[in-house]
Design a protein around this ligand. Sequence first.
Ligand code: BGC
Length: 253
Amino acid sequence: MGKRGTPLGIDVGGSGIKGAPVDLKKGDFAKDRLRIDTPHPATPDAVAQVVDQVVDHFEKETGASPIGITLPAVVIRGTVLSAANIDPAWLNTDAAALIKEHTGRAVTVLNDADAAGLAELHYGAAQGERGLVLVTTLGTGIGSALIHDGTLVPNSELGHLEMDGHDAEHLAAASAKVREDLSWEAYIERLQRYYSMIEMLLSPDLIVVGGGISRKSEQFLPQLKLRAPIVPAKLRNRAGIVGAARLAADLAG
Ligand code: BGC
């Protein structure tokens, strides 16, 4: 695929909006990523303006090629249907239409964990896996991507399963470890309960764990007792951008 066909991936997170052109053969950035602080409040219009800056920055590399954008929310056919970790102003916004209006480019919007799942499926820890793969991201919240025989089942939202009367992500996301200053032992106990519940409900064949904390996976993954193998994600913080760009390119044909 020539330079003009290089898709752009953009990851909209709580603290930063990050983008890079993606080399689909390698499953990696074709150029260093650009990061801009997420505006506060992170309303759709404010975020769309930052997205414009990222798009302009990579104009030379990506030309008129498709753009894939992740949001930490349920996204159905471009429209945002939940706002657990983003500004409530996003609810019912047609994010794909908004960004398309700003950029004039083909735009695909998807859930952040689903994007990470697609990246792990095509280029990372879930490559070539059949059966049921569950990719989870442990960060501010818990994101999840369910993939069956290589097909994503979008918007699974397993971070919101209930644990002790709370959203599981409130107790077991990486942010909970920091907020409550939990020891590894105490945090592992929560992860054990979380992933045991997932196994009981879904019987996955493979569990992949991403998010910043997966950099320290040797501190906690070997301690978890599960039937399914549980392994660290390979694309780490590149997963959202790579997965979003890949889906945008696939949908554009
Ligand atoms: C949101 C998900 C998101 C996850 C990780 C959750 O709070 O509901 O949509 O994937 O956080 O960002």
